[in-house]
Design a protein around this ligand. Structure first.
Ligand SMILES: O=C(O)CCC(=O)C(=O)O
Length: 336
């Protein structure tokens, strides 16, 4: 990886000072087409399944990747939601095709990740999401939060890098992110549960700066928005006529707590993990999901390949973990 294009010293400095950096040319736009095609194929497969089950009348085969899911959602919110949940990458079977792994482990991306983390020993997290933000539907609007709000508090001071990768040009019109710059050095702000669409939210009065200071993180396909885990960000509605597809991936140094090499053991018939696994063994920043070594100069033989990544994700998916043991936030409704 050392031979690959990294970032300029100016980009790295900007990231550490501002808490984010938008790099327009991490990928060639075409590098992301295999992932787009795989997602589209999955929509097609699921739509046919729903049709065969008598739940979906019109699979909208005539529409392209940037419009099809929106049309299915317009016909039936239930079908649209089912498809989105399936693709988002959440626990319980979320999208983990080889094209997803190829983006996670893409040398061009890892070059930039290595420069920002300052290490070649890189752990990728199963906490990643595919986000189809549909036109004029509130569900995709993500309220103000720091990604640390979703992680265990023992990782608050560690660096977990978010790489936000648009699969279409992300603009103000289609609902790109807003970021509060120079606010990533302090404590994690108080979050509340029960924000829009079930997301965590930081109330305006708890943000580390006036939200009017936010920058608009427009980013074309091929570019990446990099943020720290304590950088407050949100995203706005999609007023365009197409879906704002994006993927957000997370990486950390292998020195930051992680569960690489740990496997949840002896789950019971209900799928509950052995509590000791979470209480004692697994102190990862997000214990319910599998971390995996994605690049290493010291231990290249331990780098996870696609088969191992699938096995790790699926094994963690089969076990229930109670994340509230690691972080709890008050509910919005009861504390206003
Ligand atoms: O994609 C979005 O609209 C929001 C993404 C986000 O909040 C995140 O990646 O943490």
């Amino acid at each position: 990886m050392s031979a690959l294009k990294k970032l300029t010293p100016q980009q790295v400095r900007f990231f550490h000072e501002e808490g984010y950096v938008i790099v327009p040319d991490v990928f060639d736009p075409a590098d992301l087409d295999a992932l787009r095609a795989a997602l589209h194929a999955e929509i097609d497969r699921k739509a046919r399944e729903l049709k065969a089950a008598g739940k979906l009348e019109h699979p909208h085969e005539e529409l392209d990747f940037d419009r099809r899911l929106a049309a299915i959602y317009r016909d039936s919110k239930e079908n649209g939601e089912a498809l989105m949940r399936h693709l988002e990458g959440l626990r319980g079977g979320g999208f983990h095709a080889s094209e997803m792994f190829d983006v996670i482990a893409h040398p061009k991306l890892l070059g930039a990740v290595s420069a920002l983390l300052g290490t070649e020993e890189i752990v990728a997290s199963s906490v990643y999401r595919i986000r189809p933000k549909l036109p004029n539907i509130g569900r995709g609007v993500v309220p103000w939060h720091q990604d640390s709000g979703y992680f265990a508090s023992h990782c608050d001071a560690s660096m977990i890098l978010t790489c936000w990768i648009p699969l279409v040009d992300a603009t103000v019109e289609n609902g790109c992110m807003q970021i509060l710059p120079r606010t990533h050095e302090g404590a994690v702000a108080t979050h509340h549960t029960g924000g829009n669409a079930g997301f965590l939210v930081i109330k305006d009065e708890n943000l580390p700066a006036d939200p009017r200071r936010a920058i608009t993180a427009a980013c074309s396909k091929g570019g990446v928005v990099f943020m720290t885990n304590r950088t407050p960000h949100c995203s706005t509605p999609n007023y365009s006529d197409h879906i704002r597809w994006s993927a957000d991936l997370r990486y950390q140094s292998a020195e930051v707590p992680n569960n690489v090499g740990l496997w949840p053991e002896s789950h019971d018939e209900a799928g509950n993990a052995n509590p000791e696994f979470y209480e004692k063994g697994n102190v990862a920043c997000y214990p319910p999901e599998a971390d995996f070594l994605v690049h290493s100069v010291k231990h290249p033989e331990d780098v996870t390949d696609y088969a191992e990544y699938v096995k790790r994700r699926e094994t963690y998916d089969r076990t229930n973990a109670n994340f509230s043991a690691f972080r709890r936030w008050p509910a919005l409704a009861t504390t206003s």
